[in-house]
Design a protein around this ligand. Structure first.
Ligand SMILES: NC(=O)c1ccc[n+]([C@@H]2O[C@H](COP(=O)([O-])OP(=O)(O)OC[C@H]3O[C@@H](n4cnc5c(N)ncnc54)[C@H](OP(=O)(O)O)[C@@H]3O)[C@@H](O)[C@H]2O)c1
Length: 345
């Protein structure tokens, strides 16, 4: 790996002999601004594990943070990037040694701590995940927060009684990062996945990931009644707003809707009827603050029995730090298909 370090003590406290590059986000007297800057490891948010970052990824939240279109950072300045994977360069926690491959998603990255859009980052050891056997570093970032969220959604649903025998699960925002990976993960786990998308020209892509049926978002009509004919046994929703509101009325008895995102709006309009007549459950999915024991189980699934079969097709673009601003714009316009991996090293 050759990160250019000098070992200072037996636990691997090391000094970096060179400056490194980072996409740093500011909000100061000159306004909200983002740019590539040169830093030293001493400038990074403290943490036990210094990581030479190899890959990061682009999530909706990264695009909001990188453009200032959403309030993601809770302090300034910080390096962007809510995901990262790389090699341990130094650790004051003996559980990690130089050269170990590790990853981290969420856990304050690009919110309260310097994130993964940088050649180096410091992690808290309690949130540092050893790369699971069965995944490469790049694959772990092809998954990133989006894959973790899709798997966490399914995990919550199955814990609440969802089974493949109950019927198909519909995925909204289907061509997006969470949506694409949800279709693949659901299929791997034995569920029949259906896709709702705004991109009519990407039905083939979705069927290639395993979707049994694709539905154009603009052709959906939910009817007017509090309960309408039930079509699906459950849903993984990353859109919110009217789409989620409509879904609550068309889920079969004792189904679950895992609520992951708000790409289409933050409102939720419904009545008590789906809950008291059909026993519907709405399950909140908050990936960033997931407890460590659940986090470990989700990564185990993602590296094993739920590992998507089409990661290369979904994460079909590698971008550099310099290319991030253009990629943020495409994502926020809803025009991105699948995921982008950020190649740092
Ligand atoms: N809860 C969590 O922990 C968590 C974790 C990750 C992401 N999220 C959230 O989940 C959502 C998706 O994230 P992502 O990274 O997958 O983003 P993404 O790759 O940009 O995917 C979002 C998808 O939603 C659809 N969409 C976009 N704008 C829309 C609109 N105005 N109305 C309806 N659909 C629209 C598009 O899919 P189609 O064109 O196929 O419809 C788009 O590809 C975001 O809201 C994000 O903040 C939450």
């Amino acid at each position: 790996m050759g990160p250019g370090f000098r070992r200072d003590d037996e636990f691997g406290a090391m000094n970096v002999s060179e400056a490194f590059r980072a996409l740093r986000i500011h909000n100061d007297s000159t306004g909200y601004h983002t740019g590539i800057e040169s830093m030293q490891t001493d400038d990074l948010t403290p943490g036990e594990v210094l990581v030479k970052v190899a890959y990061s990824s682009i999530n909706y939240k990264d695009a909001l943070a990188g453009t200032g279109k959403g309030k993601i950072l809770r302090q300034f300045p910080l390096n962007g990037g809510i995901d990262l994977a790389g090699y341990v360069a130094a650790s004051t926690d003996p559980k990690f040694k130089e050269g170990d491959q590790v990853l981290c998603t969420g856990c304050g990255l690009s919110e309260t701590r310097d994130g993964g859009y940088a050649e180096y980052a410091r992690l808290e050891s309690k949130w540092t995940i050893p790369l699971p056997a069965g995944l490469t570093l790049r694959e772990s970032m092809a998954l990133g927060t989006a894959g973790f969220t899709a798997a966490l959604a399914l995990f919550q649903m199955t814990r609440n009684g969802q089974t493949p025998e109950m019927g198909p699960i519909v995925v909204t925002g289907a061509t997006g990062g969470v949506g694409s990976l949800a279709i693949d993960v659901l299929t791997r786990a034995g569920f029949e996945a259906h896709a709702i998308t705004g991109k009519l020209d990407h039905f083939d892509y979705l069927i290639g990931l395993g979707a049994h049926q694709c539905i154009a978002r603009k052709e959906l009509y939910w009817g007017q009644r509090p309960l309408e004919t039930a079509h699906w046994a459950g849903a993984i929703d990353s859109v919110g707003g009217d789409l989620l509101s409509g879904l609550t009325r068309v889920i079969k008895p004792y189904g679950n809707i895992a609520i992951c995102g708000n790409a289409g709006g933050i409102e939720l309009g419904t009545t008590v009827m789906p809950f008291i007549i059909r026993g519907l459950s709405l399950l909140g999915v908050g990936s960033a603050g997931t407890a460590r024991d659940i986090r470990d189980r989700i990564w185990e699934h993602l590296a094993g029995d739920w590992k998507p079969l089409h990661l290369d097709r979904i994460a079909n673009r590698d971008v550099t730090l310099d290319e991030l601003p253009g990629a943020f714009a495409t994502l926020l316009e809803g025009g991105a298909v699948g995921r982008s991996v950020v190649r740092i090293a």
